[in-house]
Design a protein around this ligand. Structure first.
Ligand SMILES: [Zn+2]
Length: 192
């Protein structure tokens, strides 16, 4: 089954979100990783890669630029959930050190701009652009938010495009709004 790298990243980001670990890998970072291994499996370096492999299991280390490598199905299956000495026994010290030191050298954002998370120009530049989300703040779907403020979802989409009122994005690019935005909406004298 064919899967785009965009879908692959999203799937693994979702896995990390579900298990509550770091979920920051971007498409650009991942594409650079694939390129760095020449499209081959990071373990055997002889077969084309087929899957995204978490060097340390996703439940522990998440889907992160310092934890994801391309692997062939053979090496992925062989590796299972092994870590540490278990890995060295399976693949040899040299291979594991090579991959560990490669991952160590990577930095968040080193893949360059990621088209996946690029916002519209307006939302990037607008002085009312997005504040960090307050922990525990309620979040609303566009449908809920539209109902609260008495406008349609289409209007919200337009405001988002125009940078008038920007939506946040989940890792899978779904739009949402926060309670803070709702409060701010009613406090500000809104002009289009
Ligand atoms: Zn392999």
């Amino acid at each position: 089954m064919y899967i785009t790298e965009d879908q692959r990243v999203k799937t693994h980001i979702e896995r990390a979100v579900v298990v509550g670990t770091s979920a920051t890998l971007t498409l650009a970072e991942w594409q650079r990783t694939i390129t760095d291994f020449g499209g081959m499996c990071a373990y055997c370096l002889t077969k084309p890669f087929a899957v995204m492999e978490h060097f340390v299991p996703v439940e522990i280390a998440g889907t992160h630029v310092k934890n994801c490598v391309p692997a062939c199905t053979g090496c992925n299956g062989k590796k299972g959930l092994s870590t540490g000495d278990g890995l060295v026994n399976l693949f040899g010290k040299e291979t594991i050190e090579r991959i560990a030191s490669y991952l160590h050298s990577r930095k968040e954002g080193d893949g360059g701009d990621n088209p996946l998370v690029n916002r519209t120009e307006d939302c990037n530049n607008n002085p009312r652009s997005l504040a960090p989300i307050i922990e525990g703040d309620a979040v609303y779907s566009p449908q809920q938010f539209a109902r609260f403020i008495g406008y349609s979802v289409l209007t919200l989409q337009r405001w988002d495009r125009q940078g008038i009122l920007c939506a946040y994005r989940t890792p899978t690019h779904r739009r949402f709004y926060t309670h803070q935005q709702l409060t701010a909406y009613f406090e500000e004298d809104k002009t289009e």
